[in-house]
Design a protein around this ligand. Sequence first.
Ligand SMILES: [Zn+2]
Length: 283
Amino acid sequence: MKKTGRRSSNIDDRRGGASSLVVGGGGLGALLLAAAVTMLTGNPGPISDQVAAPPTQSPAQQQQTSPTEDELANFISVVLADTEDTWGQIFQEEFGQPYPEPTLVLFSGSTQSACGLGQAAMGPFYCPADQKVYIDLSFYNDLKTRHQAPGDFAQAYVVAHEVGHHVQNVLGISSQVRQLQSGASEVESNRLSVRLELQADCFAGVWANRADQARDILESGDIEEALNAASQIGDDHLQQQSRGFVVPESFTHGSSAQRMRWFNQGLATGDIEQCDTFAANQI
Ligand SMILES: [Zn+2]
């Protein structure tokens, strides 16, 4: 992906222990929406994208930021800015509303969130209560080495997927899902989680489509990198790797094929109307 775009001002860089002040924010609409969601459902928990138990991290690794990580942080900031431009345009077109931009928190080891203590072991996650995406950059090492999903567009896909959860939150989709889940069996609840995750994948695809049309961001091999990442972190693939067998009823994020299919659906159409994973009979 081209890395020449503007950088987002909504990055809260908490790496190396120092917490910097965040610039920008979601505005009044976002606050009102967040309040409404909280009133309806109580304090919502994080939407976690853990992709298997990571190795324990020694405290020494958390002391300083490396040049490689700084470069990665810079790239994430460019990707986030592009999602802001893209979703800003979609919200204007579809809803005639400004897009309440999320904050992206970069941390190392652990950090506080409105959804409780965020830890590297949780993988990237989105907290609806504070409308922030949390990413520990060590996750990208895991993605590259343990999950064999290298490439800058694999990294961009992860950001776009988490931003997809933010879009679901501000549109009220995630709170509806939480309500449905509160009275449901575990199997049914997992099914709803899968549909929520696949929709976030589809939204990531919509971003890639729109951003490429507007700014020509895609380079050769990018789509393959994203599809490979979506495939590598499919529930069936992860379960096969860690347990040696697959239990579809316990899926919470969708199979490799489903994740690739819904990312592709968003990518091919660039249309959020085509991302209704809840209406689809067959996902
Ligand atoms: Zn997710």
